[in-house]
Design a protein around this ligand. Structure first.
Ligand SMILES: CCCCNC(=S)N1C[C@H](O)[C@@H](O)[C@@H](O)[C@H]1CO
Length: 649
C-alpha cells in the first residue's frame, strides 16, 4: 500500500496545500560530492540512524520502539528484509502480521523517521542462514552468494516480487526510504564474484529506477571485494576501532561525498556457551561524537536488538560451531524489553550537541510482572506423540537424509533404525566427520542414552538387544549466518557407527512440533497417560492466570537443561539454562492473556528436568550468568568423548 496522498482534503484547500508541501518530484535525497555531504530536498542533511529489526519485535510493539528511537534524537531507522522470513517456500510469499514490512514502513513514517533499507539477498544479522531461505539447499550443489544460475534465478524471482512493492516507498516517490543497500559485507565472503554484485546492482536499478541511492557496506578488510562502481561505498566499525585510519581507507574508495559508518556497534552479539557481550557507554559515546564532529552520517547497530523467537537465530563458526542466543539484546541503547538504558540517554546527549532532539521525556521502562514458582506437569515423552508430530509417516532411506532433503527447514527430526545385533557391552556410538548438525538426543527403546553435539561431543556408549529401536532426535540449532565457506546442511550428514558397524536402513520423521503444541495439546481434555520415563525429549506444561494488569516478564527455568518454549502457542525460542549465558527468556506482555483467562506454557525439555519441574517469571532479565566452564573441542581428536574444560569456577 503506497503512502496515502493528501487526496481527502476539500478541493479548495488542496491546491494551496500542495504549494506548501514538497512535491514528490521535488523530493530528493542525493550525495553532494562538492561538499562531502548528503542533500535532502536540496538542503544539507546528515543522518543519525539506528538499527531495529521488525522481525525480532512483535508487531504490536513496533510503534513503541520506533517512537523511543525518534525521541532519542534519531532521524532515520535502518533495517534488513530477511528473504527467508517472507518466502518460506519457493513462490510462497508472506507479508502479513509480523511479516507486514509495509505496516512497519508506515509506522516509521508516523514516527517521523526516514528509512535506510537493506534487502540483501544475504543479510547476516545473526539470523538463520543470514536471511537466505534454507530451501535453496534442496539443490545441494548450489553456490550461495555467487552468479550460480540456480542462485540468481531464485534471487531474481524474489526481488521481482519485493522491489516493485518497495518502489512507491522510495523518498522521491513520496515515501521515506532514502537509500538501499546491495548485498551485505560481500567483501567478507570468500567468493568475491563481481559478476554477482553487478547482477544485483543492475537488478536493483531496473526495478527501483535511477534516482534511489544504492550503497554497499563492508568492514575495512572487505572494501576490495565488497565495493562496486556505481554503488556508494560505506563502511562499518565499532568503538574500539581506529576511526581516522578506517575513514582514510574509505576515502580511497569514496574520495568525495559524506563519510558513512553504516554499522557503528553499540554492543555485540551473544553465543550460547560464551560470556555475555557488552560495550561501555563512554566508549560508544566517544566514538559517536568523534564521527559526528567529522560530519559523518552514522547508523548505530543495534539501537534496539529484540529477540530471536522460534528457530530464527543464526550461528557463527569460530574454531567451532557457535549458535547465537535467543536474546538479541545486544547491550543496545533500548533493551530487549524495550526499556531506555543509560546508554540511550548518553547517546541522546551527544546527538543534541549536533542537531535538535525532540523535546519531551523518553517513556519510562514498561511495567514488569513476577509470577510463580509454577509447577509443570508431564505431558509425555516426545516419542509418545510421534503419530501427531509426523502425521504423514516416516521417509525410508538406506542412509540418513538431511533436513533439506526432506524439506524440513527448521526445528527437529527423528531418525530411527533397529539394532541388527545385540551389543551387550557398552559400545561406542558416533557419527564420522563431525556429522551431527547440530545436536542429537539418543534413545534405545525409548530410554535416553545421552547427547552428541557438533564439535563438542563426538560419541557416547550404549548397549541394546538385537531388534531394539535406536532413536536419534536431531536438533537444528540454526544455520551459519556469517563467513561460511560452505552450505550449512542440517541433520545426520553421515551414517552413524556403532562399534565397527555402519548403521543403515533409516526412517526419517520430520517433526511438526509447533503444530502439536498449537493444535493438539490444547484439545487434550484428559492428560495423556503415556508410559513415563521422564528423561530425554519430554513435554511439560501448565496453565496460569496473570495477576493484576500484568506486564513484561522474563521466564526463568532453574534446573532445566535445554529445550524450546511456547506460550499460548507462540514459539518463544530456545533455552539452554545449563550452558548460558542467558538464563531467562523475554516474554512480551502482549503474548499473555489478561486477568481472568488462563495462559498455557509448554516446554520441550530435550535432556533432563529438575527434581522440582518448576518455572518462574522474574521482573528482570539474566543474560550474563558467568560461564562455569569454557568449552573447547580438541579438533584433532576425532573420538574425544568430552570437550576439555578450560576453566572452572
Ligand atoms: C563474529 C562476526 C559476526 C559477523 N557479523 C558482523 S561483523 N556484523 C556485520 C553484519 O553486517 C551484521 O549483519 C551483523 O552480523 C554484525 C554483527 O552483529
Amino acid at each position: 500500500m503506497a503512502p496515502k496522498k493528501l487526496l481527502c482534503l476539500p478541493s479548495l484547500l488542496l491546491p494551496l496545500l500542495t504549494l506548501l508541501l514538497p512535491q514528490a518530484d521535488t523530493r530528493s535525497f542525493v550525495v553532494d560530492p562538492d561538499h562531502d555531504r548528503f542533500l535532502l530536498d536540496g538542503a544539507p542533511f546528515r543522518y543519525v540512524s539506528g538499527s531495529l529489526h521488525y522481525f525480532r519485535v512483535p508487531r504490536v510493539l513496533w510503534a513503541d520502539r520506533l517512537f523511543k528511537m525518534r525521541m532519542s534524537g534519531l532521524n532515520a531507522v535502518q533495517f534488513y528484509v530477511p528473504w527467508n522470513y517472507h518466502e518460506p517456500e519457493p513462490g510462497v510469499y508472506k507479508f502479513n502480521g509480523s511479516r507486514d514490512l509495509f505496516a512497519f514502513l508506515k509506522e516509521a513514517t508516523l514516527a517521523n523517521l526516514l528509512v535506510i533499507l537493506r534487502p540483501g539477498p544475504y543479510i547476516c544479522a545473526e539470523w538463520e542462514m543470514g536471511g537466505l531461505p534454507a530451501w535453496l539447499l534442496r539443490k545441494p550443489k548450489i553456490h550461495l552468494r555467487t552468479s550460480d544460475p540456480d542462485f540468481l534465478a531464485a534471487v531474481d524471482s524474489w526481488f521481482k516480487v519485493l522491489l516493485p512493492k518497495i518502489h512507491p516507498w522510495l523518498y522521491h516517490n513520496g515515501g521515506n526510504i532514502i537509500s538501499i543497500q546491495v548485498e551485505n559485507e560481500y567483501g567478507s565472503y570468500r567468493a568475491c564474484d563481481m559478476s554477482y554484485m553487478r547482477h544485483l546492482a543492475g537488478l536493483f536499478r531496473a526495478l527501483l529506477g535511477d534516482k534511489i541511492l544504492l550503497f554497499t557496506t563492508d568492514g575495512p578488510e572487505g572494501l576490495k571485494c565488497g565495493s562496486l562502481q556505481g554503488l556508494y561505498t560505506t563502511i562499518d566499525f565499532g568503538p574500539a576501532d581506529n576511526m581516522t585510519k578506517i575513514f582514510a581507507l574509505l576515502r580511497k574508495y569514496e574520495p568525495r561525498g559524506p563519510l558513512v559508518n553504516s554499522e557503528y556497534y553499540t554492543g555485540w552479539l551473544d553465543y550460547w556457551g560464551q560470556n555475555h557481550s557488552t560495550r561501555s557507554v563512554p566508549a560508544v559515546t566517544k566514538g559517536l561524537e568523534n564521527m559526528l564532529k567529522l560530519g559523518a552520517s552514522v547508523n548505530m547497530y543495534m539501537f534496539h536488538g529484540g529477540t530471536n523467537f522460534g528457530y530464527w537465530n543464526g550461528a557463527d563458526e569460530k574454531g567451532r560451531f557457535l549458535p547465537i542466543t535467543t536474546s538479541y539484546d545486544y547491550d543496545a541503547p533500548i533493551s530487549e524489553a524495550g526499556d531506555p538504558t543509560p546508554k540511550l540517554f548518553a547517546i541522546r546527549n551527544v546527538i543534541s550537541k549536533f542537531q535538535e532532539v525532540p523535546l519531551g521525556p523518553l517513556p519510562p521502562p514498561s511495567p514488569k510482572m513476577t509470577l510463580g514458582p509454577l509447577s509443570l506437569h508431564l505431558d509425555g515423552n516426545l516419542l509418545a506423540f510421534l503419530d501427531f508430530l509426523c502425521p504423514q509417516g516416516p521417509i525410508h532411506s538406506i542412509l540418513p537424509m538431511t533436513f533439506e532433503a526432506v524439506n524440513q527447514d527448521h526445528g527437529y527430526m527423528l531418525y530411527r533404525t533397529y539394532l541388527t545385533h545385540t551389543v551387550s557391552e557398552p559400545t561406542q556410538f558416533w557419527v564420522p566427520n563431525n556429522g551431527v548438525h547440530d545436536r542429537a538426543y539418543v534413545m534405545v527403546d525409548g530410554v535416553f542414552q545421552g547427547v552428541l553435539e557438533r564439535n563438542m561431543k563426538r560419541n557416547l556408549f550404549l548397549t541394546g538387544k538385537k531388534g531394539a529401536k535406536l532413536d536419534v532426535l536431531l536438533e537444528n540449532m540454526g544455520r551459519l549466518s556469517f563467513g561460511s565457506n560452505s552450505s550449512d546442511f542440517k541433520g545426520l550428514l553421515e551414517p552413524p557407527v556403532l562399534g565397527q558397524t555402519v548403521l543403515t536402513q533409516w526412517l526419517m520423521f520430520p517433526l511438526k512440533v509447533d503444530n502439536l503444541v498449537k493444535w493438539w495439546f490444547p484439545n487434550q481434555l484428559l492428560k495423556s497417560s503415556h508410559p513415563q520415563t521422564p528423561s530425554g525429549p519430554t513435554f511439560y506444561s501448565t496453565t496460569f492466570p496473570i495477576l493484576g494488569s500484568g506486564g513484561d516478564t522474563f521466564l526463568f527455568l532453574p534446573g532445566w537443561t535445554k529445550g524450546q518454549v511456547w506460550i499460548n502457542g507462540f514459539n518463544l525460542g530456545r533455552y539452554w539454562t545449563k550452558r548460558g549465558p542467558q538464563q531467562t527468556l523475554y516474554v512480551p506482555r502482549p503474548l499473555l492473556f489478561p486477568r481472568g483467562a488462563l495462559n498455557k506454557i509448554t516446554l520441550l525439555e530435550l535432556e533432563n528436568v529438575p527434581l522440582q519441574p518448576q518455572i518462574q517469571f522474574l521482573d528482570r532479565p539474566i543474560l550474563n550468568s558467568t560461564m562455569h566452564k569454557t568449552y573447547i573441542y580438541s579438533l584433532s581428536d576425532e573420538s574425544a568423548s568430552e570437550p576439555m574444560e578450560l576453566s572452572g569456577h
